[in-house]
Design a protein around this ligand. Structure first.
Ligand SMILES: *Cc1c(COP(=O)(O)O)cnc(C)c1O
Length: 461
C-alpha cells in the first residue's frame, strides 16, 4: 500500500484534499500534515534493518522531542516502539500515550530531584548525564526500584557539519567526556562501586554527522563496556543505548541514508556489539518522522522588491524555526500549488518564500526557482514531520497551527484525515500571554495614575 517512490504524489493528493475539505484555506492558512502509513513504514524499515542480526535484543525508542504530539506517540507505541524522553513534559506525554515504564528511557540533560524521584517511582530507565547526577540517583533510589540505570558518555569523536547538532565534540555539554584526563578511570570506578549501574548510553550525532562518525562513537562506547566488564570480572553492563541521530536527506524524496546503511556502518565499526551479550536501545527521532510530514501554507500576497519576487505565506519562523535562523543547515524543498491545491506548473520564477513574522529574516526559502505563485495559492514545505510543526515557536503571538494525520482508506483509493492537534485559538493565545494576570503589574506599582487612564474612560477602580 505504501511505497517511498509514491510519496510526492501522495503528499500532493493530501494537500489537494486538505484544501477541498477546508483543512487549509483562507480561515486556516497553515497546518502540519503527517502520513500515518508512512510512519508505520519507517518503523518497519528500522526494525528490518536490525533484524539482520537476529542474536541481539533491541528496544527501538522514539525520541519524543522530534514529534511531541500525543497521538503520534500513541501510533509509535502501537507500532511496538519505546519512547526516549528528555524533560518532565515529554515523560508525561509518553505516559499519556500509553508507553509502559519498561519502554521509556529518560535522558534529560538537567534532571531535577523531583524528576528523578518520579522516574524512579515509575520504573523508567534513567541515563545519568554526569557523575553529579549519579550521586543524586544514589541518594534517591530505593533498592527495589525497577528502573534500569545507566550513564551517558561522550566519546568525543568530533562534530559534524552543523555545530549545534554535534553532541560528541570535545566540549559538548552532554554526558561524561570520556577522553578527558582521568575520566575513563573514574567511569570504571563508578561502575565498580555501584552494582546497580548496568548500562552505557551515547548519542553521538544528528543532522550533519556522517554514519562513520556516529558508528565510531558507538564503537568507543562498546569498547568502554567491554573494559568495564573485564575489569569487574562479570557482565555488569548488560545494555548499550546507542542513541539516534541518523541524518535526513532534505534534498530529495529518498530516505537516505537508510537504517540498513546505519546498521552496516555499525557492523563494520563494532561487529561484536550485535553478538547478543548486550541488549541494545536505539533512540531515533528525525529519521523516523521527517520525511513523513509536510507543512501546507497559503500565499496571502505576492510582491516585488528590488527585483526579487516575494510570496508572503503563513509558514515562517513560528513553524520552521531552524530553517529561518539557519537556512544553510536546514534547507527545505518547497512545492507550489494553486488555489485548489493542484500542483502548479509553468516557467520557474526566482522567488523568496516568506513567513508572517515581523522580522526581515523570516524567509523559509531564499531565491528559489518555482512556478510563479499568486495570492490564494499554497506552498508545501517537505520533510517537516520532525522538529517543525510539532515544535512551534510563539513569536508575534502567532497561534500554534493545527496538525492533521492522514492514512490510506482501507476500503480502497483515497486518503482520510484525523486531527492530531487543534489550531490554537486567540482565547488561548491571550490566556497563555498572562490574561489571567492582566492587572498584576499596575496593582504591584500601586494605584493607577488617573491621568493615564482617563482618556479611554476605562480606568479600573
Ligand atoms: C535528540 C535526541 C535523539 C534523537 O535525535 P534525532 O537526530 O532526532 O534522531 C536521541 N537521543 C537523544 C539523547 C537526543 O537528545
Amino acid at each position: 500500500m505504501f511505497a517511498e517512490a509514491q510519496r510526492s504524489a501522495r503528499f500532493a493528493e493530501a494537500l489537494r484534499l486538505a484544501v477541498a475539505q477546508g483543512l487549509l484555506g483562507e480561515q486556516r492558512p497553515v497546518a502540519g500534515f503527517l502520513d500515518a502509513d508512512g510512519v508505520r513504514a519507517s518503523v518497519d524499515a528500522l526494525r528490518d534493518a536490525f533484524a539482520v542480526e537476529p542474536g541481539v535484543r533491541v528496544l527501538h525508542t522514539f525520541a519524543a522531542k522530534a514529534a511531541s504530539l500525543v497521538p503520534v506517540l500513541r501510533l509509535l507505541a502501537d507500532c511496538g516502539m519505546g519512547c526516549e524522553v528528555a524533560s518532565p513534559g515529554e515523560l508525561r506525554l509518553a505516559v499519556e500515550a500509553g508507553f509502559t515504564p519498561q519502554r521509556i528511557v529518560l535522558d534529560s540533560p538537567a534532571k531535577t530531584r523531583d524528576e528523578l524521584r518520579l522516574a524512579l517511582a515509575l520504573g523508567v530507565t534513567v541515563n545519568a548525564d554526569s557523575f553529579g547526577e549519579i550521586a543524586r540517583i544514589e541518594k534517591l533510589r530505593s533498592p527495589d526500584s525497577a528502573s534500569v540505570l545507566g550513564l551517558r558518555v561522550n566519546p568525543q569523536v568530533g562534530g559534524g557539519s552543523i555545530e549545534p547538532m554535534s553532541t560528541a565534540t570535545t566540549t559538548s555539554k552532554f554526558g561524561v567526556a570520556l577522553r578527558d584526563p582521568g575520566a575513563r578511570e573514574q567511569v570504571v570506578g563508578t561502575f565498580a562501586e555501584r552494582p546497580w549501574l548496568t548500562r552505557l548510553h551515547a548519542h553521538v550525532g544528528s543532522q550533519g554527522c556522517s554514519l562513520e562518525l556516529i558508528a565510531a562513537g558507538i564503537a568507543e562506547t562498546y569498547q568502554l563496556a567491554e573494559e568495564i566488564n573485564e575489569t569487574l570480572g562479570d557482565q555488569r553492563i548488560t545494555g548499550i543505548d546507542i542513541g539516534g541521530g541518523l541524518p535526513v536527506n532534505f534534498a530529495g524524496d529518498e530516505a537516505r541514508p537508510a537504517f540498513a546503511d546505519y546498521v552496516t556502518a555499525l557492523r563494520k565499526a563494532a561487529p561484536k556489539i550485535f553478538d547478543g551479550r548486550y541488549d541494545l536501545v536505539t533512540e531515533f527521532g528525525r529519521s523516523l518522522l521527517a520525511k513523513n510530514g509536510f507543512i501546507g501554507a497559503r500565499v496571502e500576497y505576492t510582491k516585488d522588491a528590488g527585483g526579487r519576487r516575494i510570496a508572503l505565506t503563513h509558514a515562517g519562523a513560528q513553524i520552521a524555526t531552524r530553517t529561518v535562523f539557519m537556512p544553510e543547515a536546514w534547507p527545505l524543498r518547497v512545492g507550489a500549488f494553486d488555489g485548489e491545491g493542484r500542483p502548479r506548473s509553468g516557467r520557474p520564477v526566482v522567488q523568496d518564500i516568506a513567513g508572517p513574522c515581523c522580522f526581515a529574516g523570516d524567509i523559509v526559502a531564499h531565491a528559489r526557482e518555482l512556478p510563479e505563485l499568486r495570492e490564494g495559492d499554497f506552498v508545501a514545505l517537505y520533510d517537516t514531520g520532525a522538529y517543525y510543526f510539532s515544535t512551534p515557536w510563539a513569536y508575534n503571538s502567532l497561534p500554534r497551527p493545527a496538525v492533521y494525520g492522514f492514512a490510506g482508506d482501507p476500503g480502497g483509493a483515497g486518503l482520510r484525515f484525523a486531527p492530531v492537534r487543534d489550531a490554537q485559538s486567540l482565547d488561548s493565545v491571550a490566556a497563555e500571554s498572562g490574561l489571567g494576570h492582566v492587572d498584576a503589574l499596575t496593582e504591584l506599582c500601586g494605584a493607577a495614575h488617573p491621568q493615564a487612564t482617563q482618556p479611554g474612560g476605562n480606568a479600573h477602580p
